[in-house]
Design a protein around this ligand. Sequence first.
Ligand code: ATP
Ligand code: MG
Length: 349
Amino acid sequence: MTISEDQIKEALKTVKYPGFSRDIVSFGLVKGIDARDGNVTVQLALATNDPVIPQTIKTEAESALRGVAGVREAKVRIDIQAPPAGSGAPSVGATRISGVKHLIAIASGKGGVGKSTVAANLAVALQQTEAAVGLCDCDIYGPSISLMFGSRERPMATEDNRIIPIEQYGLRLMSMGFLLEETSPAILRGPMVTRYTQQFLRQVEWGELDYLVLDLPPGTGDIQLTIVQTVALSGAIIVTTPQEVALIDVRKASTMFEKVNVLVLGVIENMSYFISPTDGQRFDIFGSGGGEREAKRIRAPLLGKIPIDIATREAGDRGMPITAETKESAVGAEFMRIARGLRDVLPTK
Ligand SMILES: Nc1ncnc2c1ncn2[C@@H]1O[C@H](COP(=O)(O)OP(=O)(O)OP(=O)(O)O)[C@@H](O)[C@H]1O
Ligand SMILES: [Mg+2]
């Protein structure tokens, strides 16, 4: 009984790359197939630092192959290559930041939905779960982390020219806002923005961190591309409001991450609803149910819903994220819940 290459490929297509929704065939990992007298050998190639990934793929692929009619023996050989640094290859192959266990990008397709507010509060919440946390403001044109953390300190450099992050409320921070005078606009051209973004990731002395949260600018442009090509992200969180115009852009952001093989950890719906402080009545200002729907559509969990909250806006403007200010607020509690969930998904031990 002859076994065709197509039959073998069909079986291999049932094997997903660990952590991703894509299979190993469409990922382009299959480099060779040899089938003779019921003995199948498949050659795969992948670039990763993680020893668990090739082992998982090997086990699953061999078991899938054994399910093909006529197969007596199945062998999967994996050629593991060193991940290329900044080569433009998918993020699966990008390099880690030494000392940093997990890199989480906070992104959105649409501007002004609350990425920076979410990034700031989530970073504080993670830190309050006893983790070492950094927050990098990758919005080079429109930095806001320096303002949200109320610091105008200037970063110092080490002797070998590495930038020392600013410490505030127990977090390590880096933002263009620390480097620019308040009055000087960020007039930067494309190549400079790429260089700054790379410097923030590569030339900052982040030290040992459990989580480094990246606050991205809105959209799917140059900075996002530079980030996914420069460092290996553990995953991305997409922030949206329940408004239709924002929800459409959830798909854009999710497609961008899918194309570069970055796992979408989930969606956070911000400005979800408003609770009247006078009578506790709830208003769904931008509609309701949209976050759930879009999360389902992109097959990612809805991590949480943050209400529109005056104290949250005021705290951000005052330079102390509400989660750092008080544990009593509903917003702070929701960020703590999201942070604890993330710790389970991205363990540090
Ligand atoms: N849940 C909320 N309740 C009240 N105000 C909020 C909330 N989330 C964000 N805001 C306010 O909305 C404004 C925009 O938020 P933020 O800067 O976090 O958005 P962004 O998505 O980072 O924007 P950009 O796309 O410009 O980077 C800020 O003034 C912020 O304080
Ligand atoms: Mg922002």
